[in-house]
Ligand binder design. Structure first.
Ligand code: NAD
Ligand code: LMR
Length: 329
């Protein structure tokens, strides 16, 4: 099927391209897994000056794959060049946390990065750019970034909770003895942090309403999903990379191609006030996607148990926003 009815190429920027997520992500994007077998790509690989030698090595490896869909590689530490006419941006470049740290501890260092990147995106990217922020703390980094944007729609700036969604799907499938793809109608609300809220009150398995016992939900399921990132760091001595890159691709693919009928996904997006979430916070909601536009799933019943959890994650994101107030002027 390669070569048949190819679309005009699109430009995909990946920051932190010389890092560990970059190394697992870039080759899959190059292969067509993210945007499909008829969509040629020009890869814009961006990293810091000190990483340019390593990044050139990555660029050589992409060349050596002879990918049919790669129509160009821009490897650079210059963000003017890096974001020029870009249609999709996966913003990974940032410091990861180490053992014992919370993602919020990264706010000061990584917040600055997203102010700067926001300016370059605003000045140079294509006006239809779709952005997913992966670098942590991703919700608030996205808020900082979007604050720099003048004439691109705010809804084009999102952060990634798809990894948490995928993690939840696996835990539930394992518990119910089905495949993870059989689990539908679950979602992550809130922050990509230990306060995230994995919501499963509408869950179906193989298209039937499915329930699991509440004690397992509160004592095992929710903490496992909330702490999975830390668990991986403990095991690998490095933060999740292949699964994070996979989720970033899933996020964009779903944003472009839509959600399946009868299901929704999780994306951290600018709040419109739904579910009592303060407007403008970058908050993960259940969303359906059609024709490249996402909509928040409205009217899901929120039990007092879930409302208590929602209040906590809202408060945490408001606190993070207050902590970076100086970057939001
Ligand atoms: P890494 O240290 O291996 O790579 C990060 C890369 O970013 C490095 O090459 C670094 O030079 C580069 N970089 C730093 N500042 C930059 C800038 N201003 N512009 C361009 N590049 C820059 O880290 P990693 O493991 O790839 O993780 C990257 C980020 O992703 C971390 O913040 C991590 O916490 C986050 N993460 C998020 C999720 C999620 O679910 N949202 C999951 C996993 C990791
Ligand atoms: C994850 O959830 O794996 C990432 O956010 C990395 C981390 O710091 O936990």
């Amino acid at each position: 099927h390669f070569g048949q009815s190819l679309k005009p190429p699109v430009r995909v920027a990946i920051t932190g391209a010389a890092g560990q997520i970059g190394y697992s992500l870039i080759f899959r994007v190059a292969s067509g897994e993210m945007l499909g077998p008829n969509q040629p790509v020009i890869l814009h690989l961006i990293d810091l000056p000190f990483a340019m030698t390593a990044l050139n090595g990555v660029a050589m490896e992409i060349q050596d794959c002879a990918f049919p869909l790669v129509q160009g590689i821009v490897a650079t530490d210059n963000q003017t060049v890096g974001f020029k006419d870009v249609n999709y941006a996966l913003l990974v470049g940032a410091k990861p946390r180490g053992p014992g740290m919370e993602r919020g501890d990264l706010l000061k260092d990584n917040g600055k990065i997203f102010t700067e990147t926001g300016k370059y995106v605003n000045d140079h990217a294509s006006r239809d750019i779709k952005v997913v922020v992966v670098g942590n703390p991703c919700n608030t980094n996205c808020l900082i970034l979007a604050n720099q944007i003048k004439d691109i729609p705010k809804e084009n700036f999102t952060a990634m909770t798809r990894l948490d969604h995928n993690r939840a799907q696996h835990q539930l499938a394992d518990k119910l003895g089905v495949h993870s793809s059989d689990i539908r109608k679950i979602a992550i609300f809130g922050n990509h942090s230990p306060t995230m809220v994995p919501y499963i009150d509408q869950m179906t398995a193989k298209n039937h309403k499915a329930t699991v016992d509440q004690q397992w939900v509160t004592q095992t399921f929710i903490p496992t999903v909330q702490q999975r990132g830390a668990e991986i760091i403990k095991a690998r001595k490095l933060s999740s990379a292949a699964s994070a890159g996979n989720a970033a691709m899933n996020h964009i693919t779903t944003w472009v191609n839509g959600t399946p009928e009868g299901d929704y996904t999780s994306m951290a997006i600018p709040s419109d006030g739904s579910y009592g979430v303060p407007k403008g916070l970058i908050f993960s909601f259940p969303v359906t996607v059609k024709n490249g536009k996402y909509s928040i799933v409205q009217g899901l019943p929120i039990s007092p148990f879930y409302q208590g959890l929602l209040d906590k994650t809202i408060k945490e994101l408001v606190d993070e926003r207050n902590a970076v107030d100086h970057l939001l002027k």
